[in-house]
Each structure stands twice: as structure tokens, then as C-alpha cells.
Design a protein around this ligand. Structure first.
Ligand code: ZLV
Ligand code: CA
Ligand code: ZN
Length: 378
């Protein structure tokens, strides 16, 4: 595909099933699928559909979920409903509780977001897309046998399993506030998938894992990278650290495909968050990865202040399409009211939380990881 100046264009595709936004985890639950509709409205109001291929993906089939998840667990997801009583033993067995409640349509919701990631993956594999986006995906905590941290089915693991059928090496990059434990665990013993997560870590913060010395096992030794951070990290320290780790890592590992999880809970003012990032800095991390020109699957993840989640993911959609957006949000948007009083795509989000990451601490984390990168054999 060539544009008018003869250079080959980057093909971007956007995979979204509007049904995903209609599910509710429960009134007090921080995960709001409604944020996906806000995101889609912004993307449409900025006319980004003119730049990308749009797809409404089908749901994932049960067989597709079984590529990673255990049959007992998928059967449970498929049959459980808030209207039928389950024994405490079964609820405990499948880690059902306040984080992962049984809500109406939980199985359908899971097949919808996983179906969108798999659809995106198919377009990457066929070469129809260079960059494929699914903001409803990125549910990085789900395990083979159980849900975890608001995630029922691990669409990222399912996508990577598919990519591995044609790609020799896949890199997974996770900038959600939380550790990408489900993805790390699934590929902990292989050297074909390099997992990298930046996250808040103090040994207690959910999910509790992600210390710098979790590096992988067996053949997978040194193919898991963890960047543990403290509260309040700011734009400049985060993007500098991100680039100084990702540049040598991509150069050394030479991935043939990259999956980036763009959890929006690493922004300032997130309801569950404790970082200080602005939308531009988060997007800069996406742009930096895009600049390597490697095929990319881009997914969402956490993000608990819906208006900022949608601002971020719309902005990142524009970054991936090389489009500049007017920071003034178009006023014909159906959900315009959500973006007041500033109606800006870039409200200032930093400054609420003290930066507890000293220069010295960040430098020591960076040095440990650069040391780990030197051990890679690729
Ligand atoms: O953003 O939860 O801390 C990807 C993602 O990474 C916990 N859960 C666990 C450990 C003990 N529990 C607490 C149980 C609380 C259950 C309800 C909330 C309800 C209201 C407000 C906040 C929470 C909450 N839960 C905050 N943090 C948690 C974490 C799970 C975080 C998942 C992040 C998912 C989508
Ligand atoms: Ca992360
Ligand atoms: Zn998160």
C-alpha cells in the first residue's frame, strides 16, 4: 500500500464490538466497560475512522479460549450466573469474589473482548494490518484455571499463542499500573516470548508479583523483565526509563511482532492509581515502540477514571495513525458532557502525588535490567 509520496504506508486497524461496553461488573466495582463507548465516541468525533480499517469482530469461540484456559474453568465461566447459587467451595476454587464477581453476561463479555484481540491478531498474521488496536482487550491477570484482578479470560496470552504460529519471537510490553502477571506466567519458561512490565511494586500492591529478580526459568531465563516502581512517578522519569530499557531490549531480542498493553491506570488522577503520568507521556511510550516499525498488537487494560481512559486511548489511536488532533474535544460528541469543564483532550493530570522514585532508585533499577539484557543470547 503506497501513499501519494510513494512511501509505503502503515496500515492500522481498529477492532471494536460495541456490545463490550454494555456489561456491568456491579455498581461499586471500579471496572467500567462503559469507558469503551466513551473511547469509541472520541475516536469517531475526531474522524479517525478515515485513517484506519474498522472491524466489528465476532466473539471468540469456546475452542479458541481452550488454547490457553482449562476446560473445567471455561465450562464454569460459561454456566455460572448471578441467579444460580454456587457452593463456597466452587466460588473459592475459581477465585470468585469482589474483584472478579459473577455478573450477568460475564462469559459473553469475555468472548467479546477476546474475540476482538484474536481478530486483530488475524489481521497482523495475514499482513493486512501493521498495527491492530483493541481497546477492549488487555486483561493481563487472567490465569489458565481462574480469573484474577477483573480479568476472566487472558486475551493477550491467547493472541500471543496465535502469533507464535508464524512469529519466531514476540515481545510483550505492559505499561498498565499493575504487574502483567498472567502473561508473564504463561510464557515464563520460553525464550520465544519476552515479557516486560512496568508497574507499581512494593511486595503488597496487587497482584504482589513483579520484583526485578523475577527473570524467567529454564530456557526462559532472562526473558521476563520487571520494572518495579514507587508511587508518583512523573512523565520525564517514566519515559526516560522506558526508552533506555526498551531500546537495547528490542535491538537485542529482535522481536518479529510486539504486543503492547496500554493500561490507563498509570495516568495521574486514576481512581485506583498512584502514578503521575500525563496523557502525552503515556502516548510517547506507544509512539516510541511504533518507531521501530515492527508489527504491533495494541490493547487496553486497566483505567478507572473513564473520561481520562477514553482521552488516552483516543490520543493513542491518533499517535498510531500519525495524526495530530486538536486538543479541543469536538462539541458534537454525544458524550461531550463527560469531558467538562475543560473539554480538552489533554487536561493536566500530574502533581497530585509525591514522586517517591529517587534518581538513585531509578538508576539502580535501570542498571540491574541493563545487566540482565547483557545475558541474552539472541
Ligand atoms: O488494571 O476491588 O487488591 C487490569 C488491571 O491490572 C486486590 N485487588 C485484592 C487483593 C485483595 N483484594 C481486594 C479485594 C477488593 C475487591 C474489590 C475494589 C473495589 C473498589 C475499589 C477498588 C478495588 C480494588 N481491587 C482495587 N485494587 C483491587 C485489586 C485488583 C486490581 C486489578 C487491576 C486490574 C484490568
Ligand atoms: Ca504493567
Ligand atoms: Zn491495572
Amino acid at each position: 500500500d503506497k501513499s501519494s509520496n510513494g512511501k509505503s504506508r502503515t496500515n492500522v486497524s481498529y477492532h471494536y464490538n460495541p456490545e463490550a461496553s454494555r456489561y456491568h461488573y456491579g455498581t461499586l466495582h471500579p471496572m467500567k466497560p462503559f469507558r469503551l463507548m466513551l473511547t469509541d465516541h472520541l475516536v469517531i468525533s475526531y474522524k479517525l475512522y478515515e485513517k484506519m480499517d474498522l472491524y466489528t469482530p465476532r466473539r471468540a469461540t469456546k475452542e479458541e479460549l481452550l488454547e490457553f484456559h482449562a476446560e473445567d474453568y471455561v465450562n464454569f465461566l460459561q454456566t455460572a450466573s448471578p441467579h444460580t447459587k454456587l457452593s463456597d467451595q466452587v466460588l473459592a476454587q475459581f477465585n470468585i469474589g469482589d474483584d472478579c464477581p459473577i455478573f450477568d453476561g460475564m462469559y459473553d463479555y469475555s468472548t467479546i473482548y477476546a474475540g476482538a484481540s484474536l481478530d486483530a491478531t488475524r489481521k497482523l498474521i495475514s499482513g493486512m494490518s501493521d498495527i491492530a488496536i483493541n481497546w477492549s482487550g488487555g486483561l493481563h491477570h487472567a490465569k489458565k484455571y481462574e480469573p484474577s484482578g477483573f480479568c476472566y479470560v487472558n486475551d493477550i496470552v491467547l493472541s500471543i499463542i496465535n502469533l507464535l504460529r508464524v512469529h519466531p519471537r514476540v515481545m510483550y510490553i505492559d505499561i498498565d499500573l499493575h504487574h502483567g502477571d498472567g502473561v508473564q506466567e504463561a510464557f515464563y519458561t520460553t525464550d520465544r516470548v519476552m515479557t516486560v512490565s512496568f508497574h507499581k511494586y512494593n511486595g503488597e500492591f496487587f497482584p504482589g508479583t513483579g520484583s526485578v529478580d523475577e527473570v524467567g526459568l529454564g530456557k526462559g531465563k532472562n526473558y521476563a523483565i520487571n520494572v518495579p516502581l514507587r508511587d508518583g512517578i512523573d512523565d520525564e522519569s517514566y519515559t526516560r526509563l522506558f526508552k533506555s530499557i526498551m531500546e537495547p531490549l528490542i535491538t537485542k531480542f529482535q522481536p518479529t511482532c510486539i504486543v503492547q498493553q496500554c493500561g490507563a491506570d498509570s495516568l495521574g488522577y486514576d481512581r485506583l492509581g498512584c502514578f503521575n503520568l500525563n496523557i502525552r507521556a503515556h502516548g510517547d511510550c506507544v509512539n516510541f515502540i511504533k518507531s521501530f516499525g515492527i508489527p504491533m498488537l495494541v490493547v487496553g487494560g486497566g483505567g478507572y477514571t473513564p473520561r481520562n481512559v477514553s482521552r488516552l486511548w483516543c490520543y493513542e489511536t491518533s499517535v498510531l495513525n500519525d495524526v495530530n488532533l486538536d486538543p479541543k474535544i469536538p462539541n458534537y460528541l454525544a458524550t461531550y458532557d463527560w469531558f467538562g469543564p475543560d473539554y480538552s483532550l489533554h487536561p493536566q493530570l500530574d502533581g497530585r502525588i509525591d514522586n517517591k522514585n529517587s534518581k538513585k532508585y531509578l538508576e539502580s533499577v535501570k542498571q540491574e535490567i541493563l545487566e540482565q539484557i547483557r545475558y541474552l543470547n539472541h
